[in-house]
Design a protein around this ligand. Structure first.
Ligand code: CDP
Length: 780
């Protein structure tokens, strides 16, 4: 009979089913799609961050050979489409009419027979601007007298949001023996996926049907929004999300260029394609982070923490486009109390409009969890240094004890399960922590710079219970539809859309495990709204907690029907049957059984009287709670005392995402996310000058880590299952991006702490460290 080995169920480190397609160059990405009669778009983009549009002359461009149409903001205004809604209930210019509000904003669109003609014609468009003073710092944007960016709003203040118990926090701060306070800047960074964003819109005038191929992580939500905005019936809209080369949150956004492509296709009746160039993508698509954070932590002198107070000023760019659930304008930043047993906490955030592209998306992050984990893990280290306590000891003293779960945090979350001490102790053992501290002491005596940084982060992923989570009013849940064909082969469809995470493999493993059908016989499909059940998409590490659960629930529904069919075939009562993976057998008579394949065949050829034929099920899974993965990372850094260049010598990552469906894929997720965390800590930042010019608009000026810079990772795990998830699994995709930046920064600061250094903002460029070493007299 089937064994787990044969079917490759949960826990098997099988290679990804999708890999042969990807690594042989046979993925079907958006730019691979060519439709008959396809037209191409190019955009005229603003050289200014803030300027009035005095005039636009499109005559020359319009008359160039191969140009089919030229579209301006005024043309869209006539169609009531010059503005579009954002995911955060704000609105955003599709093409501007009166003024531009960030550099490289799309101003005019040209539609032509080929992409080169379109680009040439775009260059022939004449736009006259009158520059206005630009506001690039959100703190200055909120000052009195700052130039107003959004006349429609009349203010640069986006919103004020607070959570927690302010009075209780104030009381506890008064009772504290020690208060540490630190300002942090979490830099604006780019979501550097491999494949830039793109769209092909095809309006079929005869069928009245709009098909949009789009690099989107959330096809169903996009379809609903297009229907609501245009009034087009939802059944006449089909969103297809083909293979996607990385999304990391940046492909949840609907970009103005997509709307223009749709309008252009409706205008011309032909398919219209637009793929962002790398520079266009880097200069205009949704940014991540950009938080100015002030953290204050109150504690007793023995290190026991009491209360946490955090104030943030958030830069939104010119429109509020954050992809956050409606009730959480700053996402799940309220996980900021982390792994620690605080009595109270208070968070307040103010958002500002600036002359930069909008975004604020959850870049490999469950809605601002990365900023939260960084804040608390930096503050804990600062407190440890102030108290002259070992940072590991301070953490162990304050962890929420493993017997206190489910645990209600000071900011209201109910953590499902955790064992933070076990993860940290395992990481300490793996890296030989005690020895490293001794080595550090010896090195300091010799004037050498070595640091050890810990980050014991907690995440909150799996949005979400739909009574509190929605995007634009659409409740968050996830779906799976399983159809078993007569021969026992399976097609399973989901509302999620992977961008490289391996869903075709892991979701097949879940179904294999539940039904005892080998993964080779299970096809997983995502990303087509005409065929897949409704779901909110893949981002924020939500797929396993939600769609993974939906797969298990749908499979269990099938098992219930299979039991009825097996009873009929074996001529026994349903309750006389026992399930063993892949078959039902008669209790006490294991030789009398029917396999799932035999049952599937009978479902179509010999169903029990009164039972409808077929063997399929659909599950819409509304999770009862979020899942709370966690981990402990330890980083060892050596700093060259002549140049300030930091080198990561060793990095240990112990992650706990509950039950691992595919340990190999989980490892891959952690490796990739660690590289991204490394990039954030050491290399990446989108920089603007005072006029709002983007100084880092290509990969020559914006560095992401390659295999050359990226350190080696030592990974391990603890397993604390989620008690409410049907498989005990928690999300993991983003864990290491969330958890690692603090470990890197803590290590570098620890290397310099004896010189009186308390904080350095990311990215930890060598010149910043060099400057400090010079100031401290280490470099003469
Ligand atoms: O939503 P997203 O797919 O980005 O994140 P995820 O749910 O954390 O899953 C990332 C990949 O890791 C998927 O292929 C998951 O099925 C897999 N995974 C796993 O095998 N076991 C877990 N406990 C969590 C994720």
């Amino acid at each position: 009979m089937s064994t787990q080995k044969v079917i490759h169920g949960i826990g098997h480190a099988v290679k990804r089913k999708e890999d042969p397609r990807f690594i042989t160059g046979n993925g079907r990405y958006l730019d691979d799609i060519k439709l008959p009669g396809m037209l191409y778009l190019a955009f005229v983009r603003s050289p200014y961050a803030h300027a009035k549009i005095k005039s636009i002359n499109v005559e020359k461009a319009k008359n160039m050979p191969g140009v089919v149409a030229v579209i301006t903001g005024k043309d869209l205004q006539a169609l009531n489409l010059a503005w579009m809604p954002t995911l955060a209930n704000d609105k955003q210019m599709v093409l501007p009419v009166d003024k531009v509000v960030y550099q490289s904003q799309a101003v005019v669109a040209v539609v032509a027979e080929d992409p080169y003609l379109a680009k040439d014609a775009a260059e022939a468009v004449e736009v006259e601007y009158e520059p206005l003073p630009a506001v690039v710092d959100p703190r200055k944007a909120l000052e009195k007298g700052a130039p107003i960016i959004r006349e429609d709003k009349g203010t640069n203040h986006v919103l004020h949001w607070e959570a927690g118990n302010k009075e209780e926090v104030e009381k506890l701060f008064k009772e504290a023996d020690i208060v540490v306070r630190q300002e942090f800047y979490y830099p604006r960074i780019h979501v550097a996926y491999m494949e830039p964003c793109g769209v092909i819109a095809h309006y079929d005038r005869i069928a009245g049907k709009l098909t949009v191929y789009m690099t989107t992580q959330a096809p169903h939500a996009v379809r609903t929004v297009i229907s609501l905005v245009t009034g087009m019936p939802e059944n006449n809209i089909r969103i297809i999300s083909p293979d996607i080369g990385g999304g990391f949150g940046g492909k949840v956004y609907v970009y103005p260029e997509y709307v223009v492509a749709i309008v252009a296709s409706i205008m011309t009746g032909r398919p219209v394609k637009y793929v962002f160039s790398r520079s266009e993508d880097m200069q205009t698509t949704a940014f991540a982070r950009d938080f100015y954070i002030t953290g204050e932590l109150a504690a007793k002198k023995d290190g026991k923490v009491l209360a946490l107070r955090v104030k943030v000023i958030a830069d939104h760019g010119a429109f509020q486009g954050d992809a956050n659930p409606s009730k959480f304008p700053y996402g799940l930043f309220t996980i900021v109390t982390g792994a620690y047993d605080f009595k109270a906490a208070f968070v307040e955030i103010d958002g500002a409009y600036t002359n930069k592209p909008p975004g604020g998306i959850a870049y490999r992050c469950s809605f601002r969890v990365t900023e939260a984990a960084y804040t608390i893990e930096r503050l804990m280290d600062i407190l440890a240094h102030e108290l002259k306590m070992d940072p590991a000891e301070l953490r162990l003293k304050n962890f929420i004890p493993s017997n206190k779960f489910p645990y209600k945090s000071a900011l209201g979350w109910e953590y499902d399960s955790g064992n933070y001490e076990a993860a940290l102790r395992k990481a300490m053992e793996l890296i030989n922590y005690e020895e490293l501290r001794k080595e550090q002491e010896e090195k300091r005596k010799k004037g050498e710079l070595m640091g050890i940084g810990i980050s014991s982060f907690v995440e909150i992923v799996g949005a979400g219970p739909s009574h509190i989570f929605d995007i634009l009013g659409i409740k968050m849940f996830e779906s799976c539809e399983i159809r078993i064909h007569p021969t026992g082969a399976v097609i399973a469809r989901f509302g999620t859309r992977a961008q490289g995470q391996g869903h075709e493999t892991t979701f097949a493993q879940v179904i294999a495990d539940e039904l005892g059908i080998p993964i080779e016989k299970i096809t997983v499909e995502e990303g087509d709204t005409d065929t897949c059940p409704y779901g909110l998409g893949t981002y924020a590490s939500r797929s396993t907690p939600t769609a993974g659960a939906a797969a298990a629930v749908a499979a269990r529904k099938i098992k219930e029907k299979a039991r009825k069919i097996a009873a009929h075939l074996l001529e026994v009562r349903e309750e006389d049957l026992e399930w063993e993976r892949g078959r039902f057998y008669v209790k006490g008579v294991p030789s009398k059984f029917k396999t799932i394949e035999e049952i599937a065949f009978a479902a179509y050829t010999n169903p029990p009287p009164g039972l409808e034929p077929g063997l399929e099920a659909v599950a819409y899974y509304n999770p009862p709670n979020m899942t709370f993965p966690f981990g402990s990372y330890i980083c060892v850094v050596d700093i060259d005392k002549q140049t300030g260049i930091p080198k990561v010598r060793k990095f240990v990552a112990v992650d706990d995402c509950g039950v691992r469906i595919n340990p190999l894929i989980v490892e891959g997720q952690i490796h990739g996310a660690l590289a991204m965390g490394f990039g954030t800590a050491f290399l990446e930042q989108i920089i603007y000058d005072e006029n709002g010019n983007n100084l880092t608009g290509n990969f020559a000026d914006y560095t992401i880590p390659t295999a050359v810079e990226t350190p080696k990772w030592i990974t391990d795990q603890t397993v604390t299952p989620s008690p409410h998830h049907p498989l005990g699994a928690k999300g993991v995709g983003e864990s290491a991006t969330v958890g690692s930046p603090a470990a890197f920064v803590n290590a570098v600061v620890d290397a310099l702490a004896h010189l009186g250094v308390r904080h350095i903002d990311m990215p930890l460029y060598p010149w910043k460290i060099y400057k400090i070493l010079k100031e401290k007299g280490v470099i003469k």
